[in-house]
Design a protein around this ligand. Structure first.
Ligand SMILES: *Cc1c(COP(=O)(O)O)cnc(C)c1O
Length: 376
């Protein structure tokens, strides 16, 4: 059986976790959390990285750092995304305003954003689907002209870039995910990337229950106290240890994933040329990270039939997001601006094939063979 996902685990993970336990350093902000933060800062060039308990929490933390986002304010995002993108702002009683996606990348259509801006708009949240960047130059330009914050949902975007800039570092804030389904994992976890140093102190305080404990640990104050609102967004150092072992071999993991992606692409190309399926598009200037390999079928019926066919052959392939504006909470909390030309139609055709570090190229060939068989 070929699973859809197998969580990544680097050889050194168990040694590092054992070290945490032995040294009795298992709470947040221990040595491994620090190593992860520093690794991400160096790799991406962001001013500051703070490891969090999830990407959902990183996004919540970003929303809390922009106090001007309040009840009734609007945040523009694609409808084709994971619920967390919207949740973080719904919790602030803001209104997610969903905009249609581009059919080529499944990312928010940057040309439709400006029309959705009202005087209540406070932020844009681009989601880099499959680790392929949104058209950030256009998005940053709109944000600048209208005084909006940009919070990148880069949950799938670590190790990917746009015109040489790491995803997650272009907007005011960037959010990574280290969930078990992502390229690098700590079970549950994430990171907040902060572009502008002026937010760092507030971020550290909000992440630590509204206290200045981070400053206390650094020896900058002699006792810590409650100084602002906050929550607890620190992961255990054991989780960070598990992640750090993968970050150490990040290039190797990335190369292996890209090789799998390329093998899928090349093997399925004839089927795409024959007009039977569509393959993912990576625009110029975007370097992706092979987070996902998807194909598009003719319609939802064909997709279901292909999922069943693959399952009969012991291959787990899966669909993805149900557009948020069609979900009960999406209807209750948000609204769709403009026409849903592509969001629903394209999401119904999209099928994700198995993709994980450790998937063998022979297995990819087998999967492609079965896809070919289905279309014969
Ligand atoms: C995985 C994912 C999230 C949520 O990440 P968690 O770490 O599970 O909170 C948010 N947005 C997108 C686009 C994702 O793919």
């Amino acid at each position: 059986m070929i699973n859809f996902n197998v969580p990544p685990c680097a050889d050194k993970a168990m040694d590092y976790i054992r070290e945490c336990v032995k040294n009795q350093k298992i709470c947040g902000d221990g040595p491994y959390t620090k190593k992860c933060n520093e690794w991400i800062e160096k790799k991406t060039g962001t001013a500051k990285c703070l490891l969090t308990t999830s990407c959902t929490h990183a996004t919540e933390l970003a929303a809390l750092l922009v106090p001007e986002i309040g009840p009734g304010d609007e945040v523009i995002m694609p409808a084709y995304t994971f619920v967390s993108t919207a949740d973080a702002f719904v919790l602030r009683r803001a209104v997610p305003v969903f905009v249609d996606i581009r059919p080529d990348t499944m990312n928010i259509d940057e040309k439709l954003i400006e029309d959705a801006v009202t005087e209540r708009t406070k932020a844009i949240v681009p989601v880099h689907y499959a680790g392929v960047s949104c058209e950030m130059d256009t998005i940053m330009d709109i944000a600048q002209r209208h005084g909006l914050k940009v919070i990148e949902d880069a949950a799938q975007g670590i190790m990917a870039s746009y015109k040489g800039k790491a995803l997650g570092t272009i907007g005011d804030f960037g959010c990574f995910s280290f969930h078990e389904t992502k390229n690098y994992s700590m079970g549950e976890g994430g990171a907040l990337l902060i572009r502008d140093r002026k937010y760092v102190e507030d971020a550290e305080i909000i992440r630590e229950k509204g206290t200045n404990r981070t400053k206390y640990y650094r020896g900058q104050v002699d006792k810590y106290t409650w100084i602002n609102y906050g929550s607890s967004y620190l992961p255990s150092d054991m989780n960070a240890a598990y992640l750090y072992a993968q970050l150490e071999i990040a290039e190797e993991i990335n190369d292996a994933r890209l090789a799998i992606w390329k093998r899928y692409y090349e093997t399925l190309e004839p089927l795409a040329r024959a007009g039977r399926i569509e393959l993912p598009v990576v625009p110029e200037g975007c370097v992706h990270n092979a987070h996902m390999f998807y194909i598009k079928t003719k319609d939802i019926q064909e997709r279901s039939a292909l999922i069943d066919y693959l399952k009969k052959n012991e291959i787990y392939a899966v669909s993805h997001y149900i557009p948020l504006h069609t979900a009960p909470a999406g209807r209750m909390f948000g609204r769709f601006h403009g026409e849903d030309r592509y969001t629903t139609a394209e999401s119904e055709r999209l099928l994700r094939l198995p993709m994980y570090y450790g998937l063998e190229l022979e297995q990819v060939d087998y999967i492609c063979g079965k896809v070919g068989e289905f279309y014969r």
